[in-house]
Design a protein around this ligand. Structure first.
Ligand SMILES: [Zn+2]
Ligand SMILES: [Zn+2]
Length: 310
């Protein structure tokens, strides 16, 4: 039986894409994790890794045109730094008429008097100053939602994503649905980032990128990730980089040690180190993994193509 809850890493880099011979094993695309669950395709972030995911969706769609009427994609944006949205203008399902995109992400605190909703930022991303085609001109049907505290997204077989606010509305049943919950973490300059959790059939995946650890561990994240099957955690810097002469402390990213501490205290089953520094070649990432395994044995460094059945 095909597994009905699988995650696939499409882009594992932070900051910027780094193609070339020294990153062939780990991959050079920026942040994106694909989640396949029920009949939904969900992308966590839309870095350049999303492009290959979209190409595959479109190929499958045209190969099964008689059975599948519409393409359906949900994109969950952690925050709108370049490395997390730069793939969106090149995402093939954006340009197909029979394609529905549901894009959710945080509100933005930009220049004074600028709108704070996510739609504004995505329209800016494809403004004529930066890109030849406006977001509005693309053929797909788009729903863009700015997430508020206590917003959840429910995914059910055969339907579009449903957004609910659990403070004001408690859905009658979560049965057979994927529950996506989120909260805003503020340990990433300057607007923080959304941490996501996807739960389905008693399993859960937590996506915690672009966050910097705290002394004695990030208590809120430890609580949020309690017992998760997979924790995807930022581990951009080595401790030497974090504290060395060019210290990256305060840049809003973690070390593998910080990620391992959260994984241990939350009692997760699998830790995946993510958002690798663009300066880390394949050998450096392998070294990072080896050191982390000593602190938390079930640790893997994310690489492009890594697929985990949850
Ligand atoms: Zn990033
Ligand atoms: Zn960032």
């Amino acid at each position: 039986m095909a597994h009905d809850f699988t995650i696939t890493f499409r882009g594992v880099r932070g900051s910027m894409p780094v193609p070339g011979p020294s990153t062939l094993k780990i991959g050079g695309n920026s942040s994106c994790v694909q989640v396949n669950v029920l009949d939904h395709t969900v992308f966590l972030d839309a870095g350049t890794g999303i492009v290959a995911g979209g190409q595959q969706m479109v190929r499958n769609f045209f190969a099964n045109r008689d059975k599948v009427k519409r393409l359906k994609t949900t994109i969950l944006i952690s925050h709108t730094h370049h490395d997390h949205i730069m793939g969106l203008p090149f995402f093939p399902p954006l340009y197909i008429g029979d394609s529905s995109l549901f894009i959710y992400g945080p509100s933005i605190y930009g220049p004074v008097a600028s709108p704070t909703d996510l739609n504004y930022v995505l329209e800016m991303l494809m403004d004529q100053m930066f890109f030849p085609i406006d977001l509005k001109e693309t053929s797909s049907i788009k729903t863009v939602g700015t997430l508020k505290p206590f917003d959840q997204i429910l995914l059910a077989e055969g339907s579009d994503p449903e957004r609910v606010n659990i403070q004001t509305h408690v859905p009658t049943t979560f049965k057979d649905k994927v529950i996506v919950s989120q909260y805003r973490a503020y340990n990433h300059p300057k607007n923080g980032t959304l941490i996501y959790k996807l739960q389905y059939a008693g399993k859960s995946v937590v996506y915690a990128t672009d966050i910097e650890g705290y002394v004695e561990g990030d208590r809120r994240l430890i609580q949020f990730a309690k017992g998760a099957d997979v924790l995807i955690h930022d581990a951009q810097y080595t401790t030497d980089q974090y504290t060395g002469p060019m210290a990256t402390q305060g840049f809003g990213h973690s070390t593998p040690e910080m990620a391992c501490q959260v994984a241990k205290e939350a009692g997760v089953k699998q830790l995946v180190l993510y958002h690798h520094d663009p300066n880390h070649d394949d050998a450096a990432v392998a070294k990072k993994e080896e050191a982390a395994k000593k602190l938390f044995p079930n640790t893997l460094c994310a690489y492009e193509g890594l697929a985990i059945p949850v």
